[in-house]
Design a protein around this ligand. Structure first.
Ligand SMILES: Cc1cc2nc3c(=O)[nH]c(=O)nc-3n(C[C@H](O)[C@H](O)[C@H](O)COP(=O)(O)OP(=O)(O)OC[C@H]3O[C@@H](n4cnc5c(N)ncnc54)[C@H](O)[C@@H]3O)c2cc1C
Length: 480
């Protein structure tokens, strides 16, 4: 099999998985009102790769069959630029609102396979072989992956990862004839209802944890013992006029319980091996995944800038304060664009022939985004003011008695009443609805909180030149 169509993707969701949304144990993902819109949107993402095959698809290096470019193991700067064009096209479909379209995990596993040498340490050669084989399967069967890499929070004061053995956290229970049994819990599997398989891999290193917690594997969503508890839906099951975004882009987030789940041996990439767990994410993971996730962020910022500007134009809001706020979003968007560009221009080999972006501009951008995105929402709400809420519904606009009144009293500058309603509804759906709120939470936390990212930025970035400039004054002769 090669790159799938939307219809093939939807067919794959029909299995015996255990997914709860609110009080409902979901039978058919694609038919449930809370999930149907996003299921169709993700199907459209699968169709898109065929419609835009020139940028989204590439031949499998071994079989020649078409696979998504997000599965590419980049071997040069040109490869990264090619991958950029495919990732950008996918990001545009949801204007960056779906953070975990399958390309996110495709890029992650391509990076893992590209540095399989790092997984083959400390007696883990078999795990590394399994990983390389799995990445080919992922690409060739065009599997949609969700992932969970963060430990459940019970007592923050005890730390973010297990110290010694903690039965609440995901751990190995025993060996079986065909693999191992695992038990415990993890957060927070975005895309879970729309995935074919669940991926578990290392998050942050956990130096004082028991080996039993050091696991990595991929298993089908309907594996017995797996339960996904989704957050309340933010999907609004109306038409695209009323809710252009929340009618289709709620990608969902789920808490995961592993209740004696058997993981087949060939799906195990780390089997209770702390040394491997604590090292494989250190060298190239950030540099690799940042390209995908920052292209998405750039796409969303450019959309937000145009959306806020169009709102201001529609009511002729040209006061200096408004222009200044629009300038803020423009600045965010431009910094995002230049950080991605700089990252790609500064790309280099990260070992084993794997090429990734220069991580520095992208780490700096990641640390800024958890404060930029909430500010973007605030600006949209400031500029939109009450206009975000004076937005007649489609049925009201279609009413023959009401329409002339709406046309008279709810028009704008250069837009008629219907266009004005569509525009402000789009802005409210972006920044004000439950989807807007969930997305703000996503941007704050999806790759670590702002505190963690700033801490990482100041330890990871290069201070060499600054040190040299400071040293000059600390070491120069005191007499002129
Ligand atoms: C919408 C959403 C989707 C997600 N999707 C996924 C997913 O698909 N897969 C997955 O595995 N995970 C996912 N996550 C989880 C995400 O990985 C975690 O939220 C992230 O790692 C941050 O951890 P935390 O939520 O425990 O917050 P913390 O990092 O603990 O932060 C909580 C608070 O403590 C402060 N803080 C804590 N430690 C520090 C520190 N060292 N320095 C400074 N400040 C600190 C933070 O600033 C913040 O205010 C998702 C999260 C969200 C919100």
């Amino acid at each position: 099999m090669a790159a799938r169509t939307g219809e093939q993707f939807l067919r794959g969701l029909r299995d015996g998985r255990t997914v709860w949304v609110g009080g409902d144990k979901i039978g058919s993902i694609a038919d449930h009102p809370a999930l149907a819109g996003a299921a169709r949107a993700l199907a459209a993402v699968f169709d898109l790769q065929h419609q835009a095959a020139d940028v989204c698809l590439m031949p499998d290096p071994e079989t020649g069959e078409p696979i998504n470019v997000s599965h590419m193991i980049p071997r040069s700067r040109e490869d990264l630029q090619r991958r950029h064009r495919g990732l950008e096209r996918i990001a545009e479909y949801s204007v960056g609102l779906m953070g975990r379209t399958p390309d996110y995990m495709n890029v992650t596993y391509a990076g893992f396979a590209g540095r399989c040498d790092e997984w083959a340490i400390n007696g883990n050669e078999r795990g590394a072989d399994n990983l390389v084989r799995y990445q080919k399967k992922l690409a060739r069967e065009d599997i949609s992956l969700t992932h969970t890499i963060v430990h459940s929070t019970i007592d923050v004061a005890k730390g973010k990862y297990p110290t010694g053995f903690d039965p609440v956290q995901l751990h190995k229970v025993e060996e079986t004839q065909h693999g191992i049994v695992v038990r415990g819990s993890r957060v927070l599997a975005t895309l879970a209802p729309f995935a074919d398989e669940l991926a578990v891999y290392p998050g942050a290193p956990m130096p004082n944890a028991a080996d039993a917690h050091a696991l990595s594997f991929c298993i089908p969503m309907d594996t017995p013992g797996l339960t996904f508890i989704c957050r309340d839906s933010v999907a609004v099951n109306t038409n695209r006029f009323e809710h252009p975004l929340s009618s289709r882009f709620d990608e969902q987030d789920a808490f995961v319980i592993f209740d004696n789940v058997e993981v087949p041996r060939e799906r195990l990439f780390i089997d209770a091996n702390l040394d491997v767990y604590n090292t494989v994410m250190k060298s190239s993971w950030w540099a690799n995944i940042m390209q995908q996730t920052m292209i998405r962020a750039q796409t969303k910022l450019e959309f937000a800038w145009a959306l806020a500007s169009r709102m201001a134009e529609a009511i002729n809001a040209n006061q200096p304060q408004t222009q200044q706020m629009l300038g803020e979003i423009a600045m965010f968007a431009e910094f995002a664009r230049t950080a991605v560009y700089a990252g790609e221009q500064g790309a280099r080999e990260y070992g084993n022939g794997l090429w990734c972006c220069d991580v520095r501009p992208l780490v700096a951008l990641r640390a800024a985004l958890p404060t930029w995105f909430p500010r973007v929402n605030e600006i949209i709400r400031q500029i939109g003011a009450h206009n975000l809420l004076t937005t007649p519904a489609r049925a009201a606009l279609a009413d023959p008695q009401l329409r002339p009144l709406i046309d008279q009293y709810l028009t704008g500058v250069g837009v008629d009443a219907e266009q004005r309603s569509r525009l402000f509804r789009l802005a409210w759906d972006f920044a004000g609805t439950a989807l807007g709120s969930r997305n703000e939470q996503y941007e704050r936390f999806y790759l670590g909180s702002v505190g963690r990212n700033l801490t990482m930025a100041q330890t990871l970035l290069d201070r060499g030149r600054g040190n040299r400039l400071v040293d000059r004054f600390l070491t120069e002769p005191l007499e002129a």
